[in-house]
Design a protein around this ligand. Structure first.
Ligand SMILES: [Zn+2]
Length: 358
């Protein structure tokens, strides 16, 4: 491994060099790297995107960042594959569509020689040992899950985590999205139904993901959530670096850390820096990860790219093959190999083992 640099701040501004890249690839080969949020199932549903085939695009793109060959090339061992809820369907339609999508994602994963369907830590370890990309099914927008009574029937045994809300408010709670009409859809915070859902998720050992939650929803969920299980914010920036409606503040990060949970940093520059300062490449991501570490410690930081979620990542993080560049930048910043391993995967796997040992 590259030795710690004398001036990490100065080195952080340097381009990633070849030696650090080689060290990063070696490190990734020795551990399981997990991305806490990919939306690769969206292009699959919308236009038949094939995750088994390696894709290459001549321009910067909003989707098409991840496929299984490029995940393998980048050392991305696992990801939380999101099934996103369309809020404009009826309640029954959302439940039906979710069941159909879960079946489809499972079939697609099981048919892929390079992938494995993973719903607990034992299956995760087996997938990593077999060098298969671990697909952990998760939900974005829990208003597809029905009420707390029907939650288990909805497929909770397979879902690793679920965000309570997404880009819109619902009968579960309020989104962080600054929609002028959102209060007409939901009062601030988590509804009684939302609170019952958090309790059901605790009972079914489904990790509660507070990405996209408004501050009021966030704190209501923290209050009702069983403290023995870790909380997640899978894809976010940090308001302590750049205040933005999509980001969480330091007190929220501390609430996550207090449960032994993790905060995954998103790769979308629009959430990470003000206009005019968004050309910072992967250093934008690193700055937010460093802030998590500074504020709540290295056991809480993780990667949550939002690849394939219609984001526009920095060119240096343009697809799943670029993970070694991000890891190399961590090493160049002087982070120890032990810290990097935690951030790229171990912190999340600790949460998975806690709720679902297998
Ligand atoms: Zn999202």
């Amino acid at each position: 491994m590259t030795a710690g640099v004398a001036d990490p701040a100065a080195a952080a501004d340097d381009a990633v060099d070849g030696a650090a890249l080689a060290d990063a690839r070696a490190l990734l080969a020795s551990c399981a790297a997990v991305d806490l949020h990919v939306d690769t199932f969206i292009p699959t549903r919308l236009f038949g995107y094939d995750p088994e085939v390696s894709h290459r695009y001549p321009f910067r793109h909003l989707v098409g960042h991840v496929d299984l060959p490029r995940a393998a090339a980048g050392g991305l061992s696992a990801a939380l594959w999101s099934i996103t809820t369309n809020p404009f369907r009826t309640a029954a339609g959302r439940r039906r569509t979710f069941a159909k999508n879960l079946t489809r994602l499972k079939a697609q994963t099981q048919a892929a020689a390079q992938a494995a369907w993973v719903t607990n830590a034992r299956a995760f370890d087996e997938a990593i040992a077999a060098r298969r990309h671990a697909v952990l099914p998760v939900v974005q927008g829990a208003n597809c899950l029905g009420d707390a009574r029907s939650f288990a029937e909805a497929g909770a045994a397979d879902i690793t985590s679920a965000t309570l809300v997404h880009l819109t408010s619902s009968d579960i709670g309020e989104t962080s999205t600054p929609l002028p009409w959102k209060r007409a859809w939901s009062p601030p915070g988590l509804s009684a139904r939302g609170k019952a859902l958090v309790e059901a998720m605790n009972a079914e050992r489904v990790l509660v993901d507070l990405a996209h939650a408004s501050p009021a929803t966030f704190w209501d969920a923290v209050a009702v959530h069983d403290k023995q299980w870790p909380l997640l914010v899978t894809h976010t920036g940090l308001s302590g670096v750049y205040p933005h409606w999509r980001n969480i503040d330091d007190a929220q990060a501390k609430a996550i850390a207090d449960t032994g949970g993790v905060v995954g940093v998103i790769y979308h520059p629009g959430f990470l820096a003000p206009p005019g300062a968004r050309d910072g490449g992967l250093q934008l991501v690193l700055r937010h990860l460093a802030h998590v570490i500074d504020v709540v410690g290295e056991d809480c930081a993780a990667l949550g790219s939002d690849w394939d979620g219609f984001i526009s990542p920095p060119d240096e993080l343009r697809d799943a093959t670029t993970l070694p560049a991000l890891v190399a930048a961590m090493l160049q910043r002087g982070w120890t190999a032990a810290r990097v391993r935690k951030v790229v995967g171990e912190n999340f796997v600790r949460c998975l083992r806690a709720v679902r040992p297998g």
